[in-house]
Write a protein that binds this ligand. Structure first.
Ligand code: NAD
Ligand code: UDP
Length: 338
């Protein structure tokens, strides 16, 4: 029995590979290195002390994907491979629809051709859009998304739901991630963003390490406890462990099941900055800047369904998130480029 991981060389994928290996699963990884480097999986092998097959392949390459399935008996697929930059998706919507939506269609065809009908999909809290109030529960309406990236996640969820209605053998766990941060406690694997980071934590880390002068806090006039945006930050190792539980669920259930992976607690931008400074002792120069278009005031999960169905809940604290992020950043100031 083996689990295929698409996009397994990326930030969340590499941490999930490690957790699956420690849980005793055999894994097979596919990635086209569009947003990752071989070094990440080299370090996963070092940390786990285990070897596993890797294929440099684009998930849209149906022949290539069929060849991978022909070579290994795959019981379930964890599907991370996708593009994730919101701003870029507005500039290049076709690239996002082709890679994310078409990529998932090709992947599903290759799976079915080879007798595999269980998928765990990387969705996002973004599918809840701007009209639902937090805490966000899985049965709320989805789809009021504000950009093509979010729309790819929504559309893929809908496609997988339709497939599960038509195909009684199919199982799709739609994991809606909140805000992944942090890194493995070893400091050996973590997030290695290309160019100027869009997300709060990687930008904050680059300011802390001195690579950027200051952090812009996007808006301090929201209706939140200190006026800055509130999000549900979740440690990437907790998130990775949620995938191990989701694999177990997918192997024993059919149908499409959306599940939030969050902590249920919201922190503001200033909470994150001041906590990081207090916990690590490293200053983060910051200024208040205008709101970022498309942002909402508050977004956090109701995590109870994950506990009920998967027996999973986040265990790591904000302190772990800050310390582990900083260990990764300070030990690897250039990411995987040594
Ligand atoms: P990442 O960019 O680090 O990892 C994605 C991996 O997929 C990369 O290694 C990339 O090279 C690979 N990839 C992309 N397109 C591919 C293709 N066509 N064929 C093969 N490989 C391909 O991103 P991540 O942060 O690890 O996110 C993983 C998944 O989770 C993505 O689908 C993302 O949209 C989703 N997600 C991420 C976040 C977040 O904040 N990081 C939040 C919600 C959802
Ligand atoms: N944010 C910020 N400065 C930055 C990046 C993000 O103030 O340089 C804020 C952003 O406005 C939001 C929060 O941090 O309130 C989380 O943003 P991120 O892009 O990480 O996640 P998302 O908005 O997708 O939940």
């Amino acid at each position: 029995m083996a689990i295929l991981i698409t996009g397994g060389c990326g930030y969340i994928g590499s941490h999930t590979c490690l957790e699956l290996l420690s849980a005793g699963y055999d894994i097979v990884v596919v990635d086209n290195y569009y947003n990752s480097k071989p070094e990440a999986l080299k370090r996963v092998k070092e940390l786990s002390g285990k070897e596993f097959p890797f294929y440099e392949c684009d998930i849209r390459d149906e022949e290539g994907m069929n060849a991978v399935f022909a070579k290994h008996k795959i019981d379930a697929v964890i599907h991370f491979a996708g593009l994730k930059a919101v701003g870029e998706s507005v500039e290049k919507p076709m690239m996002y629809y082709d890679n994310n939506v078409n990529g998932t269609l090709v992947l599903w065809r290759a799976m079915k051709n080879n007798g595999c009908s269980r998928i765990i999909f990387s969705s996002s809290a973004t599918v809840y859009g701007s009209e639902n109030a937090s805490p966000l529960k899985e049965d709320l309406p989805t789809g009021a998304v504000t950009n093509p990236y979010g729309r790819t996640k929504y559309v893929i969820e809908e496609i997988l739901k339709d497939i599960c209605v038509a195909d009684k053998d199919a199982s799709a766990v739609l994991l809606r991630y909140f805000n992944p941060v942090g890194a493995h406690a070893s400091g050996r694997i973590g997030e290695d963003p290309n160019g100027i980071p869009n997300n709060l934590m990687p930008f904050l880390l680059q300011v802390a390490i001195g690579k950027r002068e200051k952090l812009s806090v996007f808006g301090n006039d929201y209706d939140t406890h200190d006026g800055t945006g509130v999000r549900d930050y979740i440690h990437v190792v907790d998130l990775a462990k949620g995938h191990v539980k989701a694999v177990e669920y997918a192997l024993s259930h059919t149908g499409a099941t959306p599940i939030n992976l969050g902590t249920g607690t919201g922190y503001s931008v200033l909470d994150m900055v001041t906590s990081f400074e207090r916990i690590t002792g490293v200053p983060v120069p910051h200024v208040i800047a205008p709101r970022r278009p498309g942002d909402i005031a508050t977004c956090y999960s109701d995590p109870s369904k994950a506990k009920e169905l998967l027996g999973w809940e986040a265990e790591k604290t904000l302190e772990d998130m800050c310390l582990d992020s900083w260990r990764w950043q300070s030990q690897n100031p250039k990411g995987y480029d040594e």
